[in-house]
Structures are given as C-alpha cells and as structure tokens.
Write a protein that binds this ligand. Structure first.
Ligand code: FAD
Ligand code: NAD
Length: 480
C-alpha cells in the first residue's frame, strides 16, 4: 500500500455532524479529509430524513388544499387526482439542490472528499474501502479524527421489509404509488410526522404505539392538542399495542395481528420504531475506545471519546439525535480539536421542532418539569385565533404557551403548536438565551399583524394570572 496521506483532521461521515466539523476545521485553516460511503453528501438529513420528510409535508399540504380551505372555506384539494410523481417531484429537486450546495461548499473550503467506507486501522489511521467498481482500499492518517456516521432505522424482526409495501422511513421515499391505507408503527417523531402527511393526502392512517401518549416529552397541553388535531384529520390511534404478526401477501392487503387481539388490514405499512447506529463496524477496538450497550459512542462535554484526539458527534452519540444539534456538535468538536474558542460549547437551550400537521415546537421547561423542580411558575397563553395574523391564516387551534418563573418573570419555557411554530419558537428561544422574560416582550415592538405579537399577548395573560395568584398589591410591588 502507498504511504498514507496525512491530514490535520479526518472526518468519517458527511451528514450534518461531519459536514459541520469538516467545514469548521477548514475555516480554521486545517487540512481536512472527509470520508463518506455514499456518492452524495448530506447524510440522513439531506437524503433520507429531515429534508425529504419536510419537503413531502409541504407538498402534501399543497395537494390537500388545507390552507385554501382554512382561508376561503372551499375544498380546492387535488388529492384525488394526485399521483406519486406529484408527491415526490419537489422532494427530489430540494434534496438534490441541498446536496449540491453542500458539496460545492466543501470544494470552496478545500475539504478533500474521499468516497468510501471508513474504519479504524489504529488510533490515527483510517482505512477507506472504496465501493466497487473500482473497489480496493487506501489508508489516510490524521492528528485528530471526528466520527459522524449517524444512524439507520431499527427493523423489528416481525416485519417482512423485503415486501414492496412494508417500509422503513428510508424505503418510504421510493414507494411507487400513494397508499390507499397505511399502518404507521411507532408514534415517535418520525411516525407522527409521516402519519400527518399521509392523512393530509386523504390516506386512511392507523398509528400503532406501545405507549399510551403521543410524544410524551412534550408539554402535556401540546401533546393533547396535537392528538386531537390528528384525530380530527382521521388518524386512528392504537395505544399500548404491538404488532405480533405481519402477513404480507404478494397482492392484496397486508394483515396485522395486534397484541390486543385486534386485526388490521392496510395497503402499506411504515415502521418508525427508532434508529440505531453501527459504530461497531468502524472497528472501535483498533482505535482504543468502547461502545455503550446500545452501540453508541460515549463522549465528554467537548464530544471527545475516551481516546482524547478522537471525537464523535451526531446520532452516533445518541440523544438528542437531531440535525440541528448534530451541526452544532460538529462545530464544537472541531473548535475544541484545534484550540479555537469560536464555539466552546453547545447552546444551553436546544429547541425541538416537530413537523406534524399542525407543527409543534418547544424549548426549555414544560409545566410538569417546573413543578418537579419546585419552581413557582406562571403560565401565559395566547391562542392564534385571538391574534389578527392567526385569524388571517385561519389557524383556529394554534397557541403559544409561555412559562415564566413567578418571582422574576424570567422565561423558562416556550411551547407552540400551530402554523410556523418551528419559526415562532425562535423569538422565545433568543429571549431565553439572553436571560430575558416578560419585560423584554413588553418593551419589544412586534410587526403588526404577526404571530410574533402572540408573545406580547401571552405575557399580558401571564401578568394577569400572576396578579390573581399573588394578590394584586403584592404582584405590583414585586419586581420583574
Ligand atoms: C425521517 C426523518 C426525519 C427527520 N427530521 C428531522 C428534523 O425535522 N429536524 C432535525 O433536526 N432532525 C431530523 N431528523 C434527524 C436527523 O436527520 C439526524 O439527527 C441527523 O441527520 C444526524 O446527523 P449525523 O451527522 O449524525 O448523521 P447522518 O445524517 O446519519 O449522516 C451520517 C453519514 O455517515 C455516512 N457513513 C456511515 N458510516 C460510514 C462509514 N463507515 N464510512 C463513511 N461514511 C459513513 C452515511 O452514509 C451518512 O452520509 C430526522 C431523521 C429522519 C430519519
Ligand atoms: N422533527 C424532528 O426533530 C425529527 C423528525 C423525525 C425524526 N427525528 C429524530 O429521528 C429519531 C428517530 O425517530 P423515531 O420516531 O423513529 O423514533 P423514536 O424513538 O422517537 O420513536 C419510536 C416510537 O416507536 C414506538 N415503538 C418502538 N417499537 C415499537 C413496536 N414494535 N411497536 C409499537 N411501537 C413501537 C416507541 O414507543 C416510540 O414511541 C429521533 O431521535 C428523532 O429525534 C427528529
């Protein structure tokens, strides 16, 4: 084998975590190699997960005519005539454009992309096995290494994934017709998002989950409102259920036998039962670090593994396993590896954005979490239909819920359900990042009419509730 090429940094995996680490190190003037087994960069975020699912959601909303129905009360949906190509066209365009843009940036930053599967030879050497043809392998070496190999869908043994109408979330992107009916297994984030998207297309959707609550990490008001909204869309929930048998004949309906004894017959099955990482395939023992029992890579607050020059970021280290946080982790790891203070830590508050219909977003403490911590709080709530912009867009169910600490009126949590929730959250997130609260919202002039103005309305609500809770005089005297 020829002498290995030497770099300052090798990154394995070109998803959000790996791209951010590579770009950041290159901006710091380092020689960077990025190893990616796929012919395109972007990882699950661009090619199979985040961007495809969000693009499909937007297309489904357009096809369903949901916005027009809310505003003019007329059904202008084209869903009955919609074909699979109509659903997929925009998704193909958006993801190709994103992958191209990321690839162009790598070239601009001078990152050397090696296509192939990376694995450790020793703590400083990575073997790149090229896809065949032409096949073969070569070694590269670096002072520092970042692992960002991501995750893939869990495939419970009960489901025959070789069947053309039994899918995981990767295969879903290659369906050849819009399902007549769909059983979604797993009501986590992926399952809930896809259940909403297909329901919007007019597909009869069953959502089956082993738990008894939708997205139990959300503030209960949001989880309950989302459950109701999904039921209104026609989604049928099957809680505390599991699929015991899945019979998928070549033609005809797929039959599911549930733990309760209930049976379901549907045209398609989508399994969204979590994700897993294959870090063992990197040969971690050759690098000198171990894995958790779940196959994840343990890291410290700088995203360093137990081998100090090797870092790991993104899904391969587990929670929160988001594109948003993976990007940030990649930046922090690269800065730490090369002693840059540009980004020393992950932000204190990490938002969650869930692209169900309606959208949900959340940051900071939920009401039960504040109670658990014995923090006296006051809640401010403003409904979209109390706000002129909310009325204009016809969102009758959305709301913003703010959680303030009762004494100082500092903002502790923000929870939104409704159109643009994942954008609206950023006002509250920024307030929390700067330690702001009620005063900030009272003194800010928001555009009119906007959903942003809901922050002021919810703050007024909190102030009124606080007066009721504390007694008017005391509330006016205390400072916030
Ligand atoms: C359907 C779906 C929807 C999602 N929606 C959202 C969302 O709305 N918002 C959000 O923030 N997150 C979302 N996520 C999560 C997000 O996609 C992931 O958290 C994110 O992509 C993880 O980034 P990563 O860099 O860790 O890994 P990945 O994006 O998985 O990238 C890993 C890369 O490493 C490559 N690779 C693996 N092994 C090797 C190897 N040995 N050698 C070389 N290359 C290798 C892979 O080919 C891949 O390109 C969603 C995920 C899914 C599946
Ligand atoms: N908008 C977003 O931020 C977003 C969107 C999609 C995915 N993601 C990320 O992708 C990852 C994976 O998402 P996911 O939804 O696949 O996993 P998840 O772990 O969030 O949810 C899996 C769900 O499936 C259920 N389940 C598991 N096995 C089951 C079975 N055999 N029968 C019935 N129910 C079963 C679980 O109870 C759980 O509710 C998450 O880490 C998430 O953060 C994020």
């Amino acid at each position: 084998m020829p002498k290995p090429l030497q770099y300052d940094l090798i990154v394995i995996g070109a998803g959000p975590g790996g791209l951010a680490a590579a770009d950041t190190a290159a901006l710091l003037g380092k020689r960077v190699a990025l190893v990616e087994r796929n012919p395109v960069v972007g990882g699950a975020a661009v090619n199979t997960g985040t961007i495809p699912s969000k693009t499909l959601r937007e297309t489904a909303l357009a096809i369903s005519g949901a916005k027009a129905r809310a505003v003019i009360g007329l059904d202008v949906s084209v869903r009955r005539q919609a074909k699979i190509e109509d659903l997929m066209r925009h998704e193909r365009v958006v993801k190709a454009s994103e992958a191209h843009q990321m690839r162009t940036l790598l070239d601009r930053y001078g990152v050397m992309l090696h296509q192939g599967t990376g694995s450790f030879v020793d703590p400083h050497t990575v073997r790149v096995t090229r896809p065949s043809p032409p096949g073969g392998s070569f070694d590269i070496r670096a002072d520092k290494i970042v692992i960002a190999i991501g995750s893939t869908p869990v495939r419970p043994a009960v489901f025959p994934f070789e069947h053309a109408r039994v899918h995981d979330s990767d295969e879903l992107l290659y369906i050849t017709s819009i399902p007549r009916s769909l059983a979604v297994i797993g009501g986590g984030v992926i399952g809930s998002e896809y259940a909403c998207m297909f329901a919007a297309l007019g597909v009869r959707v069953h959502l089956i989950d082993g738990r008894d609550t939708l997205l139990p990490f959300l503030d209960p008001d949001l989880s309950a409102a989302l459950t109701k909204a999904m039921e209104r869309q026609g989604i049928v929930f099957h809680w505390k259920e599991q699929v015991e048998r899945c019979h998928a004949p070549r033609s005809g309906e797929v039959e599911l036998q549930l733990k309760s004894g209930n049976e379901l017959a549907v045209s398609n099955v989508l399994v969204c039962a979590g994700r897993t990482s294959y870090a063992d395939r990197l040969d971690p023992a050759a690098a000198g670090f171990g894995l958790t029992p779940r196959g994840l890579i343990p890291v410290d607050e700088h995203f360093r593994t137990t081998v100090p020059h090797i870092y790991a970021v993104g899904d391969v280290i587990g929670f929160p396993a988001l594109a948003s946080t993976s990007y940030e982790q990649g930046r922090v790891a690269a800065c730490h590896a090369f002693g840059s203070m540009a980004k020393e830590a992950l932000a204190q508050y990490l938002p969650a954005g869930i692209y169900t219909i309606p959208e949900v977003s959340s940051v900071g403490l939920t009401e039960p979490q504040a109670k658990e911590k014995n923090i006296p709080v006051v809640i401010g709530r403003a409904d979209y239909d109390q706000n002129p912009r909310g009325k204009i867009i016809g969102d009758k169910t959305g709301f913003l819920k703010l959680i303030f600490d009762r004494e100082e009126m500092k903002l502790l949590g923000v929870h939104v359900i409704g159109e643009q929730a994942t954008e609206l959250i950023h006002v509250g997130l920024t307030a929390m990042m700067t330690g702001g609260g009620a005063n900030l919202f009272l003194s800010t002039c928001f555009n009119y009419p906007t959903l942003g103005d809901l922050y002021k309305l919810a703050t007024h609500d909190a102030i009124l509730k606080r007066s009721e809770l504390m007694g008017k005089a005391q509330a006016n005297l205390s400072r916030w």
